[in-house]
Design a protein around this ligand. Structure first.
Ligand SMILES: [Zn+2]
Length: 301
């Protein structure tokens, strides 16, 4: 396998900007979408993970190495979201431009304010999936506004000729993201303060932004499978808090989510949590509207 990959990479050894475009690789499709808005015609963008995948667990494909080998810039979520699959790919891709100390390595978490950062270090017994805080910040459109501006700056540094266009596109995109935030705030206003449960804490930035009350998770801790006793505790808490809404990412164990919904009389909404994760969620704004609509429908049904 390794030999084949090395041969592939040798064949693909191309100089930077071979096509006159900045080659952007993003770990997640949401940031790829954002990079396209900011980069316009001056960039060629590719996402490694698909929107239907759990980004904590992505099976690396040989094509990822090819993409990384060619990239001028790598956009990643950071906060150890990709720790299970990205580091070995980076080591093997033979591209110094996107290594952690290089200007082409852009950890997007630097542009946002993280939530759920463990206080006083990480206790391994708490699970170690979010040791630096919650990495699922992409579901808050206001975070995406900040990230658009960050991406504009990063593109401008690497491709100074088009820096002014990147900055202008970034500002326009940031504005669109804030408008999307305002639109969804209005959409979800009737549910302000609504108690909700999710499978994993993927939606926490979304819930905090739009005023929901997070009562609990089907997983007892990030990355830990539920047990009969943890589910009993959750169901008890849901009854106390009168939680009638469970929202689960489509790639989770929906059988368990359905059982909790049945036990508690709650409605279950199954949602795509990344751009492209479902039909009708092909762009980031469509994804956010899709999630908002699904929650509204579940709450009224
Ligand atoms: Zn997570």
């Amino acid at each position: 396998m390794r030999k084949i990959l090395l041969t592939l990479l040798a064949l693909l050894a191309l100089p930077a900007f071979a096509y006159g475009k900045l080659r952007v690789v993003s770990t997640l499709p949401d940031f790829a979408w954002l990079a396209e808005q900011v980069g316009g015609d001056f960039v060629q963008v590719k996402s490694l993970a698909r929107g239907s995948q759990d980004p904590h667990f992505v099976d690396p494909k040989p094509s990822y190495l090819v993409d990384l080998h060619r990239a001028d810039i790598l956009l990643l979520d950071g906060m150890q979201l990709e720790v299970g699959w990205l580091p070995p790919l980076l080591q093997q891709c033979g591209n110094g431009r996107i290594q952690p100390s290089a200007p082409g390595y852009v950890d997007l978490s630097q542009f946002i304010k993280p939530i759920e950062v463990p206080v006083g270090g990480v206790d391994r017994s708490m699970g170690d999936m979010h040791p630096m805080g919650n990495p699922h910040y992409h579901l808050d459109p206001y975070n995406m506004a900040l990230i658009a501006e960050g991406i504009g700056g990063a593109f401008g540094k690497l491709d100074a000729t088009h820096a002014a266009q990147y900055a202008a596109n970034a500002e326009k995109t940031a504005e669109a993201m804030r408008a999307l935030g305002a639109e969804v705030t209005a959409m979800l206003a009737p549910l302000k303060g609504e108690p909700v449960v999710t499978y994993h804490s993927t939606l926490d930035y979304f819930f905090l932004r739009f005023g929901f009350d997070i009562v609990g998770y089907i997983e007892p801790k990030a990355g830990i499978k539920p047990s009969p006793s943890s589910l009993m505790e959750l169901e008890q808490r849901m009854k106390e808090k009168k939680a009638k809404l469970i929202i689960s990412e489509a790639y989770q164990d929906l059988k368990t989510a359905r059982r909790v919904a049945d036990d508690t009389g709650a409605k279950l909404a199954v949602i795509p949590s990344y751009t492209g994760g479902a039909k009708g969620a092909e762009t980031y704004p469509d994804l956010i509207r899709y999630i908002a609509r699904s929650i509204l429908e579940a709450s009224s049904g």
